[in-house]
Design a protein around this ligand. Structure first.
Ligand code: ADP
Ligand code: MG
Length: 496
C-alpha cells in the first residue's frame, strides 16, 4: 500500500512590540525572572487588560501581506485551563472570530512552486514559563513571558511532505521578518511551529487521524519530527493498529516523538468572549493606512528583479531571501548603473547588464564570504557602493575576477566606509591587470620556452594543452593578466 502524508502547521510568531499585548510591561528577552511581569500579567485582582495597538497593527500587516480578509470586527475569548504558569486560569485568545481569515502563501520546493492556503491568523497572549533545572524538588515560575503578544497562523492541511512543511515554515519565517512584525529568532522561541501530521492511502480524499507535534523551534527539528512521525504512523497502521488523536513532543536527542497527552482526555477549554475586552474593531481607514505603509512584498520584488535587471528566477529568489539582501542588491546595481563602466548608452541594456553582474557577484563572491564569516548582509564590511565600484573595475578590465576576490577580502579585513577604498587597495597591492600587449608578449614567450612539451602537444592537436598554457601565464602574472588578451597572444604565437 502506498501512503500519502498530510500536514497542517500552526505557527506562533511573537510580535515585535516593545510592550505586552494587554499591559505596559516590557517584552525584552533575557531579563531576570519575574522582573517584567506587572500586575496585569500576574493577574492580580481588579486589573483590566488594555489592547496594544501595535500588536493589532502587526496582525493587520500580516493579513494584508498574505491577501487575507481582515475581519472588521473580531472577538477575544477566554481559553480556560489550569497550569502553574497561567495565573489567570485562562489564556486570552481569539476563537470564533479571528482578526485575519484566509489568505495564502507561495512556497518553493526545489524548482516547483505551490500555493498553501491559510485558515486564519489570530491574536493571543503567551503564557509564562516553568523552570525545572535550577530547583530541587520543585519548579520555578517565570512570568516575564506571560502576556507576550503572539500571532497564531494556521494553515490548511495542504502540505504533502516534510520538505513542503519546511518550505512553508521558511517562507512564513521570511515573510514575518520582511514585513517587520516578528524578529524570527527561533532559539529565543519567537517563531515556533506545531505540526499536525496524518497519513492516508494514496488516492483517498478522506483525512486520516492526526497527531500534533508541539513547539518545534528549528527547521531541522520540524523536518525530522515529521519524518519520524510519518514512519511511526504507517508502521502502526500496517501492523493493524490505529492512530489516536494526540499531542506529541519531539525529542531531538533520541530523534523520536513521544505522546504527551491524548486529545480524548484533553481539556474542554470552555471558550467564551472575554467580558473585559470589547470587540476589536478595525476601521477601513486604519486597514488602508496599514496597507499603504507595507513595504514592497517579496513576490512582487522577485518579479521586478527578473523583469528589470534580467536576473534568473533562481537568482531573484536568492536576492529576496531577506529585505536587507534585496536592498543591498538594488543599491549596488543602481550605483553601478550610475558609474556605467562599459559606457552603455541604452538604459534598459545597462540596467540588465549591470544588474546581472551584481546579482552574480552577490550569489557567488559575497554570499560565500558572508557564509564563511557567519555574517548577515546588514553587517557586511563591504558597502553596496564599494561592491559596485569593484564590479566597475572588473568590467573596465582594470582588475581580473581573481584580484577582485583579493580586494574584497582586503576590505573585509580592514573595513573602510568610502567607495574610493577599492581603487586605493588596487593601487596599494599592485593589482592592476596586466593589459599591456608588449609586456604580456614577453611573459608568454617565457612560458612557451619553459613548456616545450605542452607547446608540442597543442601543435599535435591536443586542445587541452592550450588551457594549461593560459594557466601558466596567469600564474606568472599573479592572476593579474587580462585573460582575453592572454588567449589572443598565445593563439597568435602558437599558430604563427
Ligand atoms: P486544533 O484547534 O484542535 O489544533 P484544528 O482543526 O484547528 O485543530 O487544526 C489545526 C491544524 O491541524 C490546522 O493547521 C489543520 O490544517 C491541521 N489538520 C487538521 N486536520 C488534519 C489532518 N487530518 N491531518 C493533518 N493536519 C490536519
Ligand atoms: Mg492545535
Amino acid at each position: 500500500m502506498e501512503w500519502e502524508t498530510v500536514i497542517g502547521l500552526e505557527t506562533h510568531a511573537q510580535l515585535s512590540t516593545r510592550s505586552k499585548i494587554f499591559s505596559g510591561a516590557s517584552t525584552a528577552f533575557g531579563a531576570a525572572p519575574n522582573t517584567q511581569a506587572c500586575a496585569v500579567d500576574l493577574a492580580l485582582p481588579g486589573v483590566l487588560p488594555v489592547m496594544n495597538r501595535g500588536a493589532v497593527e502587526r496582525a493587520l500587516r500580516f493579513g494584508l501581506a498574505v491577501g487575507a480578509t481582515i475581519n472588521a470586527r473580531s472577538v477575544f475569548a477566554r481559553k480556560n485551563y489550569f497550569y502553574p504558569d497561567l495565573p489567570k486560569g485562562y489564556q486570552i485568545s481569539q476563537y470564533e472570530l479571528p482578526i485575519v481569515a484566509g489568505g495564502s502563501l507561495r512556497i518553493v520546493i526545489g524548482d516547483r512552486e505551490k500555493i498553501v492556503h491559510l485558515t486564519r491568523a489570530h491574536l493571543e497572549e503567551d503564557a509564562g514559563k516553568s523552570l525545572h533545572e535550577d530547583f530541587h524538588g520543585m519548579s520555578g515560575i517565570d512570568l516575564n513571558r506571560a502576556g507576550t503578544p503572539l500571532l497564531e497562523i494556521v494553515s490548511e492541511p495542504e502540505m504533502r511532505s516534510a520538505e513542503e512543511a519546511v518550505a512553508y515554515a521558511k517562507a512564513l519565517h521570511a515573510l514575518v521578518r520582511w514585513i517587520d512584525i516578528c524578529d524570527g529568532n527561533m532559539q529565543e522561541g519567537s517563531f515556533r511551529c506545531d505540526a499536525n501530521v496524518s497519513v492516508r492511502p494514496l488516492g483517498s480524499d478522506k483525512l486520516g487521524t492526526r497527531c500534533e507535534i508541539k513547539n518545534l523551534n528549528s527547521f531541522r527539528f520540524l523536518e525530522r519530527a515529521i519524518d519520524f512521525e510519518v514512519r511511526r504512523q504507517i508502521e502502526v497502521i500496517e501492523d493493524g493498529g490505529h492512530i489516536v488523536l494526540e499531542t506529541r513532543l519531539y525529542d531531538p536527542d533520541r530523534d523520536e516523538t513521544r505522546s504527551m497527552r491524548s486529545k480524548e482526555e484533553a481539556h474542554d477549554y470552555r471558550y467564551f468572549p472575554d467580558p473585559d475586552l470589547p470587540p476589536l474593531v478595525v476601521s477601513e481607514a486604519w486597514r488602508e493606512a496599514v496597507r499603504a505603509a507595507l513595504p514592497e512584498l517579496p513576490a512582487a520584488m522577485c518579479e521586478r528583479f527578473i523583469n528589470d535587471y534580467g536576473v534568473s528566477e533562481y537568482d531573484a529568489r536568492l536576492l529576496i531571501s531577506s529585505r536587507d539582501f534585496a536592498s543591498y542588491f538594488e543599491a549596488a546595481a543602481q550605483r553601478l548603473i550610475e558609474l556605467n563602466p562599459a559606457q552603455l548608452g541604452n538604459e534598459e541594456e545597462a540596467r540588465r547588464n549591470y544588474g546581472l553582474a551584481i546579482a552574480k557577484g552577490m550569489s557567488g563572491l559575497l554570499a560565500a564570504q558572508l557564509n564563511r564569516a557567519e555574517l548577515d548582509i546588514a553587517h557586511a564590511p563591504v558597502s553596496a557602493a564599494q561592491f559596485a565600484v569593484l564590479h566597475a573595475r572588473m568590467i573596465q578590465e582594470v582588475v581580473t575576477s581573481k584580484s577582485a576576490r583579493e580586494i574584497l577580502l582586503a576590505l573585509w579585513e580592514s573595513p573602510q566606509t568610502d567607495e574610493s577604498a577599492i581603487d586605493a587597495i588596487i593601487e596599494a597591492k599592485g593589482l592592476k591587470q596586466v593589459g599591456d600587449a608588449d609586456e604580456l608578449g614577453g611573459i608568454v614567450d617565457g612560458v612557451l620556452a619553459a613548456n616545450a612539451r605542452q607547446v608540442a602537444d597543442y601543435r599535435s592537436g591536443k586542445e587541452k594543452a592550450f588551457n594549461s598554457l593560459v594557466g601558466q601565464v596567469m600564474k606568472a602574472t599573479g592572476g593579474k593578466a587580462n585573460p582575453k588578451l592572454v588567449q589572443e597572444i598565445l593563439k597568435r604565437k602558437l599558430e604563427g
